[in-house]
Every structure is written in structure tokens, then in C-alpha cells.
Design a protein around this ligand. Sequence first.
Ligand code: IPD
Ligand code: CA
Ligand code: CA
Length: 263
Amino acid sequence: MDLQKINEFAIKLIYDAGEQIRESFSKELIIETKTDANDLVTNIDCQIEQFFVKKIKELDPSHKIMGEEGLGDKIVTLDGPIWIIDPIDGTMNFIKQHRNFMITVGFFVDGVGKLGYLYDVMRNELIYAIRGEGAYIDHHPIRKLEPLTIEEAIIGINSSWVIQNGKINHEKIANLIRTVRGTRSYGSAAMEIALVVTGKLDAYLSMRLAPWDIGGGMVIAQEVGAVVTNLKGEPFNLLSNDTFLIANPSIHQKLLDEFIELK
Ligand code: IPD
Ligand code: CA
Ligand code: CA
């Protein structure tokens, strides 16, 4: 399999898709809800996923596609070549802010991440990685992450986990927030992962993400030395939703040991 060729193909698709999204702002947006009133999807999410599916199947019909909007294949095993795609990550931001959303794509073979992409559509900033060959931002190499202390860290976290809840010990999260230098929340998992792999955030955690939110980011994380697990410290399960932690390697274990306690 010629990964360089597939990489060139993927980069072209992502730039094309970004152009389609930017052009869509002058057209009518149809907004619908999915699992609840705040789980939004638009005709553009579906148009972009359909675009990826069509182009990938033209390239090689044996490649399988796991996309958030379900327009690809039904994936029950990670065997063979699989594209994991979120056509718009941060749909609420896309609708409300016209910014702070990403296209993210991962290419896996037999469960091993080979290519990863995080594309900030409005900044026109592309981060990508080829397994074993490093990660790039707008084609410039990204350096490995530098070590730091928890006290120096800026972490991405949703404010709801500081409130008493059934999933995580909120007092430990409050202590984490007191300990770190700062916290941020962007509303796009792919964007928070992009910030961690480029050292602009030092960790990001979530109580529930899907494979398409993180597939591309996982490949990039490995190339810069960021550690990705679920909140139990186990590998993220790419066949279902899971909790999620990406962090600078110097603080990953400390976060799990001292500040994260699932209920
Ligand atoms: C969502 C965003 C959000 C995260 C949610 C995701 P979507 O993706 O990444 O930041 O907190 O869990 O579902 O629905 O906008 O693609
Ligand atoms: Ca998403
Ligand atoms: Ca999405």
C-alpha cells in the first residue's frame, strides 16, 4: 500500500471539502437534531461525508468508511483498510459561530493508525501525520512535546465535570482546576486535540467521545509523543464510544493517578 499516495489523495480531499464548507455559508443551512435537542446535524455535515465516501470508493472500493453520519459502511471489526471520518467536528460552533470546527480523518489498517488529519477549516490550517514519519502543520514538521509540570499546564475540559455528577469525582476535577495554570473549552474535540499535539494545550479530557472524534488525532498524537488513553488509562476503543484523555507524556499518568476518579 502506497501511503504517500493515499496521503496526497487525502490532503486534496480535505482541502476540497473545506472549500465546500466555506462556500456553504452563502447557502441555506438545514439544521436537524439527532439523539437530543443539542445534538445537531446539518445538510452540510451529510454533504461532506457523502463527498468523502464517493471519492474514497472511487479510489478503492475495498476501503471501508466509518463516518459520523453513517453514510459509509457498518463497521464491526477493524480488519483491513478503514477511513474514520468526522466531516464537521464542532457542528454547534459551525452553525452558531461559523468558526471553531474541524474536519478530521484517520486512515487505519487492521486497527493500526497510518494517516491522521486535523483540519481547521476557517483558519485553513492542516495538521497531518504519517505513521513513523512525523507530524506536520501546514507541511512544516511539528516538534515532539516538551516536558512540563501539572502546575504549568493548560488543560481542555468541559465545565460540567466540576459540578456534582454521576460519572466522575467532581471534587478531584475542582482540585485539578485549582492546580493547573489554566483551563479552556472549545466545543470541538478535534480542535482540542490539535491544540494538544502542537503544545498549545497540555491535556484534554472528555467523558464521552466517538471514534470519529479522535481517530485522526490518535495517529498525530503518536508522532509527537502525546499519550492517548481512555480515563481508565486503557487504549481507546475504536469500535464504540469511550472516555478520553490526551496529554503531554510528562503529565498523563499524574492526571490519571491524582485527579481523575471515575464513578
Ligand atoms: C462533538 C464535539 C464536542 C464534543 C462532543 C462531540 P460533533 O462533535 O467534538 O466538542 O464534546 O462529544 O460529539 O457532534 O460536533 O461532531
Ligand atoms: Ca464529532
Ligand atoms: Ca460531526
